[in-house]
Design a protein around this ligand. Structure first.
Ligand code: DGJ
Length: 718
């Protein structure tokens, strides 16, 4: 059983396939953290009591000093001066928070979280529920630890119920705290901006603490909610590495802080800057879920733990046997949706082996440009003479699948919806609303807005045979206030916005169960586990320049499996070399095309069916294989990686050079998963390699003249 309680020493032990987590109930009231790391037989470490000056303690428990102890969860104003997990303002007006252990239980499966995405459990998974109590506020806190045994992942979430007579205000709430031993840690984070999302960065955890966060109402392009914490000496292949992530798509706070003497506290959750919750008597607040993993086998294995977890416990089931290779209209025609042109696109797409036509922005309301139409989700009758349904049926005759773009959470001031319901946008009394891309944000915390959207989409898409939806979101939140909520609940708006958005996602999934969803937020602005629960793939970035893409894709693979990455080949011009290079970059994820195929050279176009046929050979390996990063394009002029299947029978190795080198050099690409005694044939060239040579490294000589140098090895065991 993964979770055990030892009555003799009050220790609770959680095991996963390769990891061990130990805590102790101290003095009958505190939760002390003992260990999180490698599973070792017979290993039973003790809680480390630490006493010092200038640190408070309870009179009868001198040896437990919250400021020096490693704990499971921490409370603002309760004698712990580090960053803390929970801050509640009580009816007296102060925010001193303290909860005591009361009881715990261990049960099969997990506790569901209302209105939010969460990971699915399988047979053998268990949950630990620890109940704590604050006699002053009469609030009950439940901490949850769900164990995803075979993924080496443990998740954390909490529920707090006001059982008293007075309302209280939750001012900060973290889902996960982990007090690590030692101080020599680096933090790996993914930062960026629109068009350069998830740039990999690694820095020492500093004194004074380090944060990653979003105050934008989405998980954002600027920081991703993933944090890797590894030893200074950890590499891709070896060393301690912890991974943390948040199953949530809105504002978040991640903190890593060194203690005054030893230890490093890591936390992730909603934080307190853009979040608050007014908890009235009888009410329960539930936090989003956060997840953690550990390995002693380096950053690469941390990634593979999260990849497996995301594939098996988060992502929705595949709708189609193969991921459809799409042709998206955006970069070809922008807002100029024209029935005749699109039908030509459809015919030519089918001719060149493409599976699906995706009609992007511009098909609805008065959407001739980005200044009008959002909110009016009915087809523009001038653009579809015989209606949307007939148009889609014509496209599908080619035969082709059909996908459509929507942006439900937004409204243009120039729209019928805004004219009818200006009170349905996020807004604050006395403040002028700020625009971004000429649009305002709908108040998704208001159930009437969510209902309106359901009705609109039901009416417009209900009988149209769509196969795919691209769900976009093109601005960040400002004036985060709601006409629907009373003043004491205004700090809840950003979180309630996410709850309303998730309600709508769930409605789409239930109403259109055979429709695949691709998530997008101006590219990869909501690339997170929350969105992955409802979307099969995510548009990785609006930047399709191949050099940038290698960097964006590299960062994305650190926490997320490549099956989530939607990657399009765009604008190859009239060059076969260019379309091949862009394709090689794109099949680090799920392949698609985004270009005006009506005006392209047939020689270049004829590469498309060949590329798709090749991609289909690798698709399963790309979708489900184990992923090994070899060269980081954020740190050098190359990108290299490989996929291996479980039995090491099939290995796909890729090398991409970003620009030409001044001087050629030999680089060894070490395929550590090759079987030593085996011989592999490269299906592309017929060349043979034995396992020993593959492990020592396939040698590639970098290029000094070829701007578009890349290579792939399709290695199959003989
Ligand atoms: C931003 C997306 O990232 C693009 O792919 C495209 O769908 C536009 N929005 C449409 O407005």
């Amino acid at each position: 059983m993964p979770i055990k309680f030892n009555k003799q020493n009050n220790k609770i032990t959680i095991t996963t396939k390769n990891t061990l987590y130990i805590m102790e109930i101290i003095g009958g009231r505190h939760l002390g953290h003992i260990y999180y790391g490698k599973k070792k037989r017979g290993f039973d470490p003790e809680f480390h009591y630490r006493c010092g000056s200038f640190t408070p303690y309870h009179e009868n428990l001198y040896q437990f000093q919250p400021d020096l102890a490693r704990t499971e969860y921490s409370y603002f104003g309760g004698g712990d001066y580090r960053c803390t997990s929970l801050k509640i303002k009580n009816a007296d007006g102060n925010s001193v928070t303290l909860f005591d252990y009361k009881k715990h239980r261990i049960f099969k499966g997990r506790a569901p979280i209302t209105r939010m995405p969460y990971a699915e459990v399988k047979d053998g998974d268990q949950t630990l529920e620890i109940t704590l109590w604050d006699s002053h506020t009469e609030c009950e806190l439940k901490l949850y630890y769900t164990v995803f045994y075979d993924c080496d992942v443990i998740s954390r979430y909490m529920k707090i119920t006001n059982k008293g007579k007075n309302a209280v205000d939750i001012e900060k709430c973290m889902s996960l705290q982990c007090d690590l031993l030692g101080r020599d840690y680096d933090i790996i984070s993914l930062h960026g901006a629109h068009c350069w999302e998830r740039m990999y960065s690694r820095n020492p955890v500093r004194l004074g603490g380090q944060t990653i966060y979003s105050r934008r109402g989405t998980s954002s392009h600027q920081f991703n909610p993933f944090m890797g914490i590894c030893r200074r000496t950890t590499t891709e292949e070896r060393g301690d590495c912890f991974g943390f992530n948040f199953v949530y798509s809105g504002n978040f706070l991640g903190e890593a802080e060194l203690g005054q003497e030893e230890g490093c506290r890591v936390q992730i959750g909603l934080g307190g800057d853009n979040f608050g919750w007014h908890l009235t008597p009888g009410e329960t607040f539930e936090s989003p879920e956060a997840v953690m993993t550990y390995t002693d086998k380096g950053i690469g294995q941390m990634s593979r733990n999260f990849h497996k977890f995301t594939r098996e416990r988060i992502l929705p089931e595949e709708i189609f046997e193969n991921r459809p290779v799409v042709l998206n209209t955006w970069e070809a025609v922008y807002f100029n949706i024209d029935e005749k042109i699109l039908l030509d696109f459809a015919e030519k797409s089918a001719k060149y082996g493409i599976d699906m036509l995706v009609m992007d922005d511009g098909w609805f309301g008065a959407r001739e440009h980005d200044r009008a139409g959002l909110g009016d989700w009915w087809e523009n009758p001038a653009k579809f003479k015989d209606g949307l349904k007939t148009f889609v049926e014509r496209v599908k005759k080619n035969p082709l699948k059909f996908g459509i773009w929507i942006e439900p959470e937004m409204v243009n001031p120039d729209s019928d919806l805004y004219r009818a319901h200006p009170e349905w946008t996020l807004r604050c009394p006395g403040r002028e609303n700020m625009l971004s891309r000429s649009q305002l944000v709908l108040d998704m915390s208001n159930p009437d807005v969510v209902e309106y959207l359901k009705e609109s989409f039901e009416k417009t898409l209900g009988d149209v045979p769509i196969d795919y939806i691209k769900w976009d979101m093109n601005r960040h939140l400002s004036e985060v206030g709601s006409d629907f909520l009373p003043p004491e609940r205004q700090k809840e708006v950003a979180h309630r916005y996410m709850l309303g958005t998730y309600d709508l996602y769930r409605w789409f999934r239930e109403r259109f169960p055979n429709v695949m969803i691709e998530n997008c937020s101006g590219g990869g602005g909501r690339y997170d586990l929350g969105m992955m629960k409802y979307s099969h793939q995510i548009w990785a970035s609006d930047n399709t320049n191949p050099e940038w893409r290698t960097k964006i894709q590299y960062g994305s693979t650190v926490p997320y499996p490549v099956s989530t990455m939607s990657c399009h080949v765009s604008h190859p011009g009239d060059s076969i070399k260019e379309i091949d290079y862009r394709y090689t970059v794109a099949i680090n994820g799920m392949l698609g095309y985004e270009m005006n195929i009506l005006h392209m050279d047939d020689k270049v176009l004829s590469r498309i069916p060949e590329q798709i046929a090749e991609y289909r050979r690798y698709e399963e390996l790309i979708k489900t294989g184990d992923y090994y990063r070899l060269l980081n394009p954020c740190e050098c002029n190359y990108c290299a990686y490989y996929f291996a299947d479980e039995a090491n029978d099939n290995i796909l190795l890729t090398f991409v050079q970003l620009t030409t080198d001044a001087k050629a050099k030999d680089i060894k690409l070490k395929v550590s998963r090759a079987d030593l005694g085996a011989t592999y044939v490269d299906k592309k060239t017929g060349e043979k390699y034995n396992g020993v040579d593959l492990r020592r490294g396939v040698v590639v000589t970098t290029n000094t003249s070829d701007e578009r140098f890349c290579r792939m090895w399709e290695l199959v065991k003989e």
